[in-house]
Design a protein around this ligand. Sequence first.
Ligand code: URA
Length: 229
Amino acid sequence: MSKIVKIKKLEKLYGEMEFLRGKLEICASCKNFVKGTGDVDSKILFVGEAPGRDEDLQGEPFVGRSGKLFIKILEENNFLRKEIFITNIVKCRPPENRDPSIEEISLFSKILKQEVEILNPKIIVTLGRISLGFFLENVKFKNQNTKEIVEIMDLKNKKDNHNELSLQKNFLNFKISDLHGKFFKISKNRFLFPMYHPSFALRGRKNLESFRKDFEIFSKDFLKIYEKI
Ligand code: URA
């Protein structure tokens, strides 16, 4: 798909989010729907959870305190914000920075799935437990103890997914501490790289080191993975 077609399709998709104003309270009360931004031709898609106060005010993802840290570490690893694409699962701000609810994730899942289809990234980097949970919705573990993944089906290949029940079940099924900092092949042409959320990195030196280390692994191995696909 050409760049201009991707941009037009995304514009249309983001316009369609308006219908959620009547369905979810966070969409009736937010200042802005926070759309994805960046290079639509990038092969790397970063997916966060939901906008915070600064993102809601400015209408852009990852511009607040945790966002600034994320971008700083991204740049330390020689990636530029304008070279990647960044979006969130939920596009409206949950009040008091609470986690998005299962209902909110489920309703926004249709938008995210279409974003992934339009952008067609080779590598999806999930930021935090909620984003990871979304992409693990279809996961099959080879071994429940080691959490070695056999297969994660492509989102578009499974129709009846991301309903509230299946999401709920899935969120109980994994720990981010088992999965972060590694590449997982999730379909023929796509890898998943789970990371902690940058707000986790703001909570203490050890967390920051862990977040930095994941980025370093990502930056070191990304080309090898990219060339494999
Ligand atoms: N946290 C997120 O998950 N997304 C943002 O856009 C900002 C903070």
